[in-house]
Structure formats: C-alpha cells, structure tokens
Design a protein around this ligand. Structure first.
Ligand code: G3H
Ligand code: 13P
Ligand code: ZN
Length: 326
C-alpha cells in the first residue's frame, strides 16, 4: 500500500487522554483483538452502547489475515458506525505485538494511532534500542507506543515461551526513561490463550503477582501499565464448546475479581482476545448442531456476534469499569 494516511484522518484517537483518565479514574481501557467484520461490529456496538473508550487491536497475523488496506477502511468504518449510532467514544487502532521496526512503521504509515513493539524476548539493551527506535519514529506522528518488559508464557504471535519471566520492577524506570514509551506491558503471571494455569484436582487459580504491579506503581506513579493474557476463559463457553463436539478440557483463565483489582491499580489497558474467540466458537458450534440444514453464514455468524456484544458489555460494565467513561 503506497499512500500514507494519518490516524486523525480516520477519526481515530491515540491513547494519551484515555490513559490519563483511566489512571485517575481507577479503571482500565479494554483492548479487544479483531480479525473480521463481525468481531469489529460487536466491539463497536458494545462499546458505543456502554459508552466505553476502546482500543481495537490487530496482531501481525490478523493484519495478514484481513489485509492491511482492508483494515484501514474497517477502522474508518468502525469510527463512522459509532458516530452514526450517536456515540462519540474515542477509538484507538493499535498494533498488538509488533515484532519489528518495519512492521510498526508500516502501521504508523497506514493510519494506526498506537503500536506495540514487543522486544520482551530480546536481551535488555536490545529491547531498549529497538523500542527507542520505534518511539522516535511513531512520536513524529503523535502515535503512541507500548513496550514490553518480562516474558509471558505461551505464544505471543510467532514467539513461543515455555516459561514466563516476571518483570523486574527495578528495570522498569530505566526502560521507560531510555525508550520514551507511553505505556508498558508487564509480566505478572498471566499468559496468552485458553490454558493459562495447569490446575490439579481441587486447586484454585493462583493470585497474580500484585506485589510486582504495586512495586512498579510505587516506582513510576501514574505511568500506564498494560496487562496481556487477560481473558477469563469464560467457563460457560468452554462447556458449550465441549458439549457440541469441541475438545477444550482444562481451559482456565484469570478470575474476574483479579482483573478488577488490576484495573483499579496501575493497569490502564487490558487485552482480551481468547474470550472473544471462545464466545464465537461456542455459539457457532451450538448453532450448527441445532440447525444442521442451515448454510447461511449470517445466521451462525449473527449468533456469534450477538454473544460477543453481550460479553463485551459485561467486561466493560463489571470487570474493567470502562463503561460510562467515554
Ligand atoms: O497475543 C496474541 C493475540 O491473542 C493475537 O493472536 O497472533 O493469533 O492473532 P494471533
Ligand atoms: P488472551 O489470550 O488472554 O485473550 O490475551 C490476549 C492478548 O494479550 C493479546 O495481546
Ligand atoms: Zn498479548
């Protein structure tokens, strides 16, 4: 795609004001991943109806899946759709887990208002240098940058880590100062995907490392912290998937009360992808099983979209606390 566009031309907002308000308000901004039309429609409808600021985010894989030009206009369409609904919610288009300067630059050039450069798997000084380079480019266009320190277990796009490495609070201040990032993802015990904890019979989900989060907050008061891998892995969906031919035994996520606690503290952005995937898969499986003769995608994708709207409203209203904050 040759022609550059600035995010303001698409009606998007960067994260600066959103994060400032969420720090003082004790809530977190939801960052929902999307790959297709129905997911994006659901995010916009749910956030407009709950009056919640929102970050719509795409991974490198999602960008390849949806096509970068298509994405630009989907984002423009999302903003227009919200406005036509009479809603003025701020909408940020964010790159999730950018893995190179070139990818981040391409997103800045094609209208993203925020990018993440994930150098968390690199040696510290290399992470600093790469993040700094992205910040220097993005800030020329008023695009916000999210960095990451500490490694989450599981798959981060194409990068796979067996074990998590918690963020070292003593590195955070130095990293933020040297790179100039606008927000920072940290590792406090979450992981990506639907299998976040391996629990034996009778065991409960362990508590996230709130001590690390609190120490980071003490060292950098008011600085926006991001929580990845924050799906709750809603059991109702896991059960539906298993009931209708799926195989997801042992899927477990972060309990809602822990997410609420994080959102009240320094966490300003909470990333949710897996819960949306589960809702869509559960509803499609259920619909297909109950309507074997149906072959109109609008029917089963419509059911999935309806459920996603319900899920996102619930997250905004009772988990993140972002409802009514636009
Ligand atoms: O952090 C990863 C996100 O859930 C995106 O996943 O790379 O499969 O699109 P993806
Ligand atoms: P979940 O897999 O817990 O939804 O995390 C998503 C995420 O962190 C995207 O960057
Ligand atoms: Zn992530």
């Amino acid at each position: 795609m040759g022609d550059k566009v600035h995010y303001s031309e698409l009606g998007l907002a960067n994260t600066r004001d959103m994060f400032q308000k969420s720090v003082s308000g004790g809530y977190a901004i939801p960052a929902y991943n999307f790959n297709n039309l129905e997911q994006l429609q659901a995010i916009i409808v749910a956030c407009a109806e709950t009056s919640s600021p929102v970050i719509i985010q795409v991974s490198k894989g999602a960008r390849d899946y949806a096509n970068e030009t298509m994405l630009r206009y989907m984002a423009l369409g999302a903003v227009r759709m919200a406005r036509e609904m009479g809603s003025n919610i701020p909408i940020t288009l964010h790159l999730d887990h950018g893995d190179s300067f070139e990818l981040c630059k391409s997103c800045v050039d094609s209208g993203f208002s925020s990018v993440m450069i994930d150098g968390s798997h690199l040696p510290y000084e290399e992470n600093v240098a790469l993040t700094r380079k992205v910040v220097e480019y993005a800030h020329q266009f008023d695009v916000a940058v999210e960095g990451e320190l500490g490694v989450l277990a599981g798959i981060e796009d194409e990068v796979q880590a067996e074990k998590s490495t918690y963020t070292k609070p003593e590195e955070v201040e130095d990293f933020v100062k040297k790179t100039g990032v606008d927000s920072l993802a940290i590792s406090i015990g979450t992981s990506h995907g639907a299998y976040k904890f391996k629990l034996k019979a009778g065991e409960v989900v362990p508590e996230l490392r709130f001590d690390i989060l609190e120490e980071v907050e003490r060292l950098l008061p008011g600085f926006p912290i991001v929580l990845h891998g924050a799906s709750s892995v809603v059991q109702e969906y896991v059960d539906l998937i298993n009931r209708y031919g799926g195989k997801m035994e042992g899927a477990v996520g972060v309990p809602e009360d822990q997410l609420r606690r994080a959102a009240k503290g320094a966490v300003c952005k909470i990333n949710i992808d897996s819960d949306g995937r589960l809702a869509v898969t559960a509803k499609i499986r259920e619909y297909m099983a109950n309507n074997p003769a149906e072959f109109d995608p609008r029917k089963y994708l419509g059911e999935a979209r309806k459920e996603l709207i319900k899920l996102i409203k619930h997250k905004n209203e009772t988990v993140l606390g972002s409802a009514g904050r636009a």
